[in-house]
Design a protein around this ligand. Sequence first.
Ligand SMILES: [Zn+2]
Length: 323
Amino acid sequence: MEKLLLATTLLCTLHLLSLVQAHPVDETLLRKLGFIDLTQYGRTIFGEPDNSTGEILAKYNPEVDAGNPEELGSYLEGDILMPLGQARNGLSATSARWAGGVVPYEIRGSFDAFQMNLIEKALNEYHTRTCIRFVPRSNQQDYISIVNGNTGCWSSVGRIGGRQEVNFQTPGCMVKVGTVVHELMHALGFLHEQNRSERDGYVYVNWNNIKAGTENNFEKASSQTTDAFGVGYDYGSVMHYSANAFSKNGQPTLVAKYSGPRMGQRDGFSGGDIAKINQMYSCQRTYNGYTYGGYSAHYPYGRYTYSYGSYPSAYNNIYYGRR
Ligand SMILES: [Zn+2]
């Protein structure tokens, strides 16, 4: 019965996807079905893990080098990579959310104790702040495999079906918990914050400082196909590039138009990140007696205000303190 239901759902969704070509798409409906439309990227989103990125990352020194390790890759926007096999199968760049927010995972890379601890911390962040549940994979068909190939830090966007790798080259990608949180947010279906369709209202992109050939990493997402879930532009998002991302000369490529949190932090979720995840996955949960799912957040240059619900001080500290 369950299989029949699954098959029917699949047929219906395939039918819906076939309508994408011929008719105007009801984006809201597709989103409701849990689809993530990445067609705006065309084939640039597909590729294969790349050792030259690994070589660059091997030289990365977090103590001295500006920026984040996931900003060093040759992949789309530095760290987004959908396996080429999917493109060969003729699928357009579409992915899906994880049903019920449950993400089966395995750890296949060889990580040392510090790195394992970093992964655990990142998973705990999800488990305490959102309704996402990473569960050790038993026999689920769709799952993420956390690996440490010498190919940089990268992930696909959303659930692509079958085994999908999330790569953390060691030790470069395993310095800050936020890098792990960041890649896992891609795997959940999120894109980079600074490429939101309305970003020009919040940051100047200094094209003169961008390394030749990496300009397309700063292309804006289409407002037709992406959804910010009612959460305003967020400098402090763990999905925001650092100010010097893809700089050719050490000068900023991104300049904030308003004062706000530092761009490119990788210490953990911002309040906006949590709000977005909980919106995308329709979380409605209680944390220390406080309901924090199902709300919308607004970000008027400097502080978050939430439309309802109040938060224990520990929650606010995630965002305001201990940085
Ligand atoms: Zn990224």
